[in-house]
Write a protein that binds this ligand. Structure first.
Ligand code: TYD
Length: 207
């Protein structure tokens, strides 16, 4: 497809949102077509509704792990087919906050669901669409969570215990090791400006 698909990944508070906006500003004058930002969950209208369901606290009836997995998959299927693919077909540069690696890290390593099952569900949801490049913003989980908490009321994931977040971090480490050609690690503990520069150096290579 004529467009490009770049994903930012990382634990809570790794700075994805800030860096996506900075990357969009830097890329816009360099890319002939639109440079658009989107996110998972919540990149479509249906996805926005699923996002609310996924992040809400529910007293008395905890969300079952496989229900959670399927809701993320539904969000992704809608996003890929209804939004990302048409954008890529039109030549856009799509910058996405989280994608399939989040499901491996959170539902696989975090919740402990089978990685084989997650791989199948990811295949179903994406119909094979992979990113051209995934940048993993690597930050210590404690620092990330502390940053995330400054943003206001913690969501269902931000409230989960520290061991859950440590397992997610291990997931990203394993993913980066196993997919060196697709996932590039950036030290997100550096000052914002330096992180942006590192990201720009990496993205320049796929332009
Ligand atoms: P996000 O809005 O990126 O959270 P934050 O800005 O706090 O990093 O994502 C919402 C939450 O959804 C986040 O805690 C990670 C979680 N998530 C999964 O558990 N699985 C997934 O497949 C995706 C895409 C997100």
């Amino acid at each position: 497809m004529p467009g490009k698909f770049i994903v930012l990944e990382g634990v809570e508070g790794s700075g994805k949102t800030t860096q996506l906006q900075r990357l969009q500003q830097w890329l816009s004058p360099k890319w002939p077509k639109e440079v658009v930002i989107t996110r998972e969950p919540g990149g479509t209208q249906l996805g926005g509704e699923l996002r609310q369901i996924l992040l809400a606290h529910r007293d008395g009836e905890p969300m079952q792990e496989r229900a959670e997995l399927l809701l993320y998959a539904a969000d992704r299927a809608q996003h890929v087919e209804g939004w990302i693919k048409p954008q890529l077909a039109a030549g856009a540069m799509v910058l996405c906050d989280r994608y399939t690696d989040s499901t491996v890290a959170y539902q696989g390593y975090g919740r402990g669901l089978s990685l084989e099952l997650i791989s199948q569900i990811n295949q179903l949801a994406t119909n094979g669409l992979t990113s051209d490049l995934t940048i993993w913003l690597d930050i210590d989980v404690e620092i990330g969570l502390a940053r995330a908490k400054q943003r206001g009321k913690p969501d269902r994931f931000e409230q989960a215990n520290i061991e859950f977040h440590r397992r997610i971090q291990m997931g990203y480490q394993a993913l980066a090791k196993a997919n060196r050609e697709r996932i590039v690690r950036v030290d997100a503990s550096l000052p914002v400006e330096q992180v942006s520069q590192k990201i720009q150096e990496i993205v320049r290579k796929v332009l």
